[in-house]
Design a protein around this ligand. Structure first.
Ligand SMILES: Nc1ncnc2c1ncn2[C@@H]1O[C@H](/C=C/CNC(=O)c2cc([N+](=O)[O-])cc(O)c2O)[C@@H](O)[C@H]1O
Ligand SMILES: [Mg+2]
Length: 214
């Protein structure tokens, strides 16, 4: 049977990227998405904004919601100091299997914990299962109708501290209106919008950075 797009994306990484070189993995995926098949990775333009937020925070504990093929996982993990940890949640087993191989190809498996499961099931288990007190950075890039419920769930589970940064992809396209309204109007967040473009296209999109005020 015909291969899937994530399988073809992984093949492009294994063919064009150098093992242990995260930047070459990022470039191989961006080239594949620009010249072969579009895929819903954050991409190189919004990815540069993601990089700047990670570099500014120098986070120890990072949570990513929605791994997909692991592109943003690699972008984030490559910037983390060796002692830091990135936990990424992905409930589609096929995508998780691809992402594991992409992350390993980049040589970042010792900084990344890919958990195969749903965010709503695993957010409540972060403390007892992973010994996580609070996260320094959360990157939201999963189904758009989950951003708001999962943010409220993280609040209720005490996983956010004064200064925790939530960085949300796709706040314009496909859009997350309920989440945007919440973080922009809640007294518990200081929120700002980074205007950019939908990955590999000229359409507008952007990232919303929201700092939890406690
Ligand atoms: N509750 C949950 N727990 C764990 N994993 C979950 C989850 N909900 C979804 N996922 C996973 O997260 C990814 C979904 C991404 C949705 N993005 C998108 O739909 C998307 C669409 C466009 N677009 O259409 O242009 C552009 C983009 O940048 C996008 O991120 C998939 O890998 C999916 O399996
Ligand atoms: Mg996205």
């Amino acid at each position: 049977t015909r291969s899937t797009r994530p399988q073809r994306l992984l093949k492009a990484v294994q063919k064009n990227a150098t093992r242990g070189d995260p930047q070459s993995v990022i470039s191989a995926i961006d080239h594949f998405c620009r010249h072969s098949e579009w895929a819903m990775n954050i991409g190189d333009e919004k990815g540069t904004i993601l990089d700047s937020v990670v570099n500014e925070l120098n986070p120890e504990k990072v949570l990513e919601l929605g791994t997909y093929c692991g592109y943003s996982t690699v972008r984030i993990a490559r910037l983390l100091p060796p002692g830091a940890r990135l936990i990424t949640l992905e409930f589609n087993g096929d995508y998780a299997a691809i992402a594991r191989q992409v992350i390993t190809w980049a040589g970042l498996e010792d900084r990344v914990q890919l958990v195969e499961g749903a965010s709503e099931d695993w957010i409540p288990r972060m403390k007892e299962h992973f010994g996580i007190e609070t996260f320094d950075l959360v990157f939201l890039d999963h189904w758009k109708d989950r951003y708001l419920p999962d943010t409220k769930l993280m609040e209720d589970c005490g996983l956010l501290r004064k200064g925790t940064v939530l960085l949300a992809d796709n706040v314009i396209c496909p859009g997350v209106p309920d989440y945007l309204q919440y973080v922009r109007n809640s007294l518990s967040y200081k929120s700002c919008y980074f205007k950019s473009h939908l990955e590999y296209t000229k359409a507008e999109d952007g990232l919303e950075k929201s700092v939890f005020l406690g």
